[in-house]
Design a protein around this ligand. Sequence first.
Ligand code: HEM
Length: 156
Amino acid sequence: MKQKKDFFRSKNDPLHIPPGGPGASPSPPRVYDQMGEQSIQLMLKDFYKLLGSSEIAPMFPQELEQAAAKSALFFIGLLGGPPLYHQTYGPPRMRMRHLPFKITESHRQVWLACFYKVLENSERYRFPDQEIPAFKAFLEGFSGWMVNSEDTAMPS
Ligand code: HEM
């Protein structure tokens, strides 16, 4: 059974640097014009709801809706909308912002599975179906760059 501490890095934990570097992800599709701000907010709200009942839930704050709204600002810019996250919070430096959390390959797989589950309801967000493969390819690449810790074998 994992404990809360298994989801946070402490100062002396070894830092994993993904071999591909930051440039390994393809560009995200520019679907903002078709989706609009509210649909992206809704997509992130649904995503965070799933994260909140996933194996990696202990990493996320209690106020999931607030966290989802903040993340949505980033995705609005990413998908071709106004740079609201940058304007509000400054340079995203996403890998750096994720360093407090123990992001291992298996945590990444849970994160991706939650996002892919949400994308199964693409019509709910007006996410154009033909752009889903490109968005998944972006998520695969970018999430790989967030990995900062090795998975450790759990004692059996
Ligand atoms: C590899 C798997 C990932 C895990 C386990 C993960 C986990 C987290 C956690 C625990 C937080 C802090 C709680 C919160 O405010 O939401 C966070 C914040 C965030 N994540 Fe991730 N994340 C991952 C990948 C990504 C990717 C690929 C993106 C973007 C494409 C992303 C975008 C964000 C944003 C925008 C925030 C808010 C940052 C802030 O507080 O300023 N994450 N993530």
